[in-house]
Structure formats: C-alpha cells, structure tokens
Design a protein around this ligand. Structure first.
Ligand code: 13P
Length: 254
C-alpha cells in the first residue's frame, strides 16, 4: 500500500512574517494524517524557520532545488549536505520552471536526482509535457524521455528512493487542472514503464499529481488508482487550502 504524500512547493514566495502565519495555520489546523505524509518546500532562506517550527510535528520539509556539487567555488548554489544540515527530508528536482527558465536539461536533472539520493535526501522528480507537446500527441514520449534519463543515471532501484510528480506544464498556475482521467492515464503510463523494468519498484513508488490541485479537485484526483498525492503550488500558500488537500489525501486511503 502506497502512503500518499502532499508536498507544498512554495516557489519564490514568502517572508519571515508570512512563513510564521502559514506554518502556524497549518500546525493548528492539521488533523489526522496517520495514513498520509505531508511536507513543505520553502525557499532556502526560510528552511531554518520551517525546521524550528515543524520539528516534532507531522509535517516534513525540503528544498526546491540543489547543486550537483558537494562544496566549493559554486557561487549561489546550495549543496545536499546543507539541506540535510537543516533537517530536510525531500528535495524537488527537475521542476518545469527550472527546466524551462534555468535551462536544466534531462541529464542535469538526472545528476541532481543521483546526488540527492546518494546523500540521503528523497528527491521529488518532476515530469511533464507542455501544452504544445500535448497537442502534438507526444505527451508519453516526453515523459518517457524525462523518466528514462533518471533511470539511466541511477537504475530503476535508484529511482525507487524518490517520488515522482507528474506536472503537466499547461496545468501549472493556470487554474486549468488535468481531469482525473487525463492525469490517471499518464500516471499509469509512468508506472507501467517502470514496471517493465521492476514490478516491485513500480508498485511501491509514489506518483504525485501537480498542476492547479485545490481542495475541490484533490479528492477526485487522488481517488484514481495511480495518483498517490499532490505537489501543490498556489494552494500550498493558504493554510486552509493546503489542509483541505491533506484531508483529501488522508481520506483517499480506505
Ligand atoms: P500550482 O498548484 O500553483 O498549479 O503549481 C503546481 C506546481 O508547479 C507545484 O510544483
């Protein structure tokens, strides 16, 4: 049985004051999360604040990116060891914004996944097609290419150390969610592709959906057999919305 994960990707949002308000709201409203996992990924600077507020709570935390390097002359970068030093469990790799705005290609994303996994972080690997690619009918080949790059780097068992997030680029921040059927189709494709190499890894691996997930659509998405939680952008910045999605995850497990 896979345990759903609800992870908030705050992207480049927040201030010390808003982080305090948001995490206090989450902590005071969080109910039974015995059947799911919950995490937030703040901007790097707010990770110490998250650590001090969330230690001992059911909410884990992580980074949104990491360097492929261990230490040294890499101005502006953050190493895996630094994330671990501040108690991070997770790190997002290959988010579409990093791929499209910062030129991260499949090979770099695969190296980041490998470094995260080797250091003991759980990488959340983002995959997804653009609107143009969906309209051209190449969704599966794009997602397969992104996935295969990581399997090539770490092996299929290595992939099993992380989590996958299917995030159709056209659904991110647009309010246009993939339908549960559209998402399920790609999630099943991803799982089958992994199963062709290792059935056990495929059955155990969590595949999250990301892209305009809200409390109102989370339940229907997570009811699908291959959707094991969500990677949440906008709605993770509003405590009540994030809590509503956590509730849907908890209820999605019988
Ligand atoms: P939204 O939930 O704002 O669409 O963002 C999704 C996302 O990119 C999470 O990584």
């Amino acid at each position: 049985m896979r345990r759903p994960l609800v992870a908030g990707n705050w992207k480049m949002n927040g201030s010390r004051a808003s982080v305090q308000t948001l995490l206090s709201g989450i902590l005071s409203g969080i109910e039974d999360v015995s059947r799911c996992e919950v995490a937030v990924c703040p901007p790097f600077l707010y990770i110490p604040q998250a650590q001090s507020m969330l230690t001992g709570s059911p909410v884990a935390w992580g980074g949104q990116n990491l360097s492929t390097e261990a230490a040294g002359a890499f101005t502006g970068e953050i190493a895996a060891s630094m994330l671990l030093d501040f108690g991070c469990t997770y790190v997002i790799v290959g988010h579409s914004e990093r791929r499209s705005l910062y030129g991260e290609d499949d090979a770099l994303v695969a190296r980041k996944f490998a470094v995260a996994r080797d250091s003991g972080l759980k990488p959340i690997l983002c995959l997804g097609e653009t609107l143009e690619e969906r309209e051209q009918g190449v969704t599966e080949s794009v997602v397969a290419r992104q996935l295969d790059a990581v399997i090539e780097a770490v092996g299929v068992e290595g992939l099993g150390a992380g989590v996958i997030a299917y995030e159709p680029v056209w659904a991110i921040g647009t309010g246009r969610t993939a339908t549960p059927e559209q998402a399920q189709e790609v999630h099943a494709f991803i799982r089958e592709r992994i199963a062709a190499q290792n059935e056990q890894v495929a059955q155990d691996l969590r595949i999250l959906y990301g892209g305009s997930m809200k409390p109102g659509n989370a339940g229907d998405l997570m009811a699908k057999p291959d959707i094991d939680g969500g990677l949440i952008g906008g709605a993770s910045l509003v405590a009540d919305d994030f809590l509503g999605i956590c509730r849907a995850a908890q209820e999605s497990v019988a």
